[in-house]
Write a protein that binds this ligand. Structure first.
Ligand code: AMP
Length: 291
C-alpha cells in the first residue's frame, strides 16, 4: 500500500529501517502527466522500493510569478501514484525548505551556465541543491530522470560523480502526445487558443532532424526556424541550438553524438524540448550526419 509522508523526521525514521532495501527515487514537481507516469512505471518495474517526491522547489524558480502560477493537481497526483502502486510519496511541507532563510547553495559549474542556465541564472543551482538534499535524506540506489530535461540529467550525473554519491542515474526517453508535443506540466497553463501553436516546437525539431539526416542543414536555417516560431505566435525563443550530448559543448570537426535543444515562451509560459540528431560533424556551416 502507498504511504504518504509529509514530515522529514517521519521519513528519516521510516528510511532507517529500509536502509538495506534498494530505493528507486523519482523526483517530481507534481501536476503529473503521462511523461511522469511512464518514468514512474519504469521505476516500479525495477526491484526494490519506489519513492516519488512531489515538491515545487522554490530555489529553482528565477521569477516569483512563475513559481506562483506553477500548475498543481495534488489530489489527482496522489490518486495516480496510488493506482500505479508507488510505495512511498514524499510530500515535504514548508519546513523542508524555507527559501527566504535557506542559504546553502550547490553549484555544479560551467554546464549550468548555458541553454536553460543562460536566461535563468541560478536555476540549476536550485535544482542541484534540492537534489543533494534528497540524495542525503533518501540515499537511493537509483534516481529516475526524463530526457525532457536533458541538461538536468547531465548536471545531476556530474554532481553525483563530483560529490561521490553512489546513486545510479536511470534515464527515460521523452514521452510525447500523438501530435509530437512533449508532455509537460506547463502545457496545461498555455491558453486554449495557443494550444495548437505549441506543437510547432516539435515540428521545427523534427524538420531539422530530417534535414540533417539528408545532409541539407546549413547553420543559418536555425534563424529561419526561430523566426518561424515567432511568426506562429511565440513571444520569445530563449534558444534553439545544436550541442554535443556528452557535455553540451559546441560541435566542431570531431564527430560527436548531438541533440537539438529548444526553449520558447508562449503566454508567458516557458516550454522546452530536445531531439536526438545522431553522430554529426560541423563543416563549412553545415551539420553533416556521419551515421
Ligand atoms: P518535473 O515534475 O517537470 O520536475 O519532472 C519530473 C521528472 O519527469 C523529470 O525527470 C522530467 O525530466 C520527467 N519528465 C517530465 N516530462 C516528461 C516527458 N514528457 N517525458 C519523459 N519524462 C518527463
Amino acid at each position: 500500500m502507498t504511504e504518504v509522508i509529509l514530515k522529514l523526521n517521519l521519513l528519516n525514521k521510516k528510511f532507517k529501517d529500509l536502509r538495506n532495501h534498494h530505493i528507486n527515487f523519482i523526483p517530481t514537481m507534481g501536476n503529473l502527466h503521462f511523461g511522469h507516469e511512464s518514468l514512474i512505471r519504469k521505476a516500479i518495474a525495477k526491484k526494490g522500493i519506489s519513492v516519488v517526491s512531489i515538491f515545487i522547489n522554490p530555489l529553482q524558480f528565477t521569477e516569483n510569478k512563475d513559481f506562483k502560477r506553477y500548475p498543481k493537481s495534488l489530489n489527482a497526483d496522489l490518486g495516480l501514484l496510488k493506482r500505479l502502486g508507488v510505495d512511498y510519496i514524499f510530500l515535504p511541507d514548508a519546513s523542508f525548505l524555507k527559501s527566504d532563510i535557506y542559504t546553502t547553495n550547490v553549484s555544479v559549474g560551467n554546464i549550468t551556465n548555458l541553454l536553460c542556465g543562460k536566461d535563468r541564472p541560478s536555476h540549476f543551482d536550485g535544482v542541484a541543491t534540492i537534489i543533494v538534499k534528497f540524495l542525503n535524506i533518501l540515499q537511493p540506489q537509483s534516481i529516475f530522470l526524463g530526457e525532457k530535461d536533458f541538461q538536468q540529467i547531465l548536471i545531476i550525473k556530474k554532481l553525483i560523480k563530483d560529490l561521490n554519491y553512489s546513486t545510479k542515474v536511470i534515464t527515460h526517453k521523452i514521452v510525447r502526445e500523438k501530435n509530437g508535443l512533449a508532455y509537460s506540466s506547463r502545457n496545461s497553463i498555455v491558453s486554449s487558443s495557443n494550444r495548437e501553436k505549441v506543437i510547432e516546437i516539435y515540428q521545427s525539431l523534427k524538420l531539422i532532424q530530417t534535414e540533417i539526416k539528408k545532409n541539407k542543414f546549413i547553420n543559418s536555417k536555425i534563424n529561419f526556424h526561430k523566426k518561424k516560431l515567432i511568426k506562429v505566435g511565440f513571444e520569445k525563443i530563449n534558444y534553439l541550438e545544436i550541442r554535443k550530448e556528452k557535455d553540451l559543448s559546441i560541435l566542431g570537426k570531431e564527430p560527436a553524438q548531438c541533440r537539438i535543444f529548444v526553449s520558447a515562451v508562449i503566454d508567458g509560459v516557458r516550454l522546452i524540448d530536445n531531439m536526438k540528431l545522431g553522430k554529426l560533424i560541423y563543416k563549412k556551416n553545415f551539420y553533416l550526419s556521419t551515421s
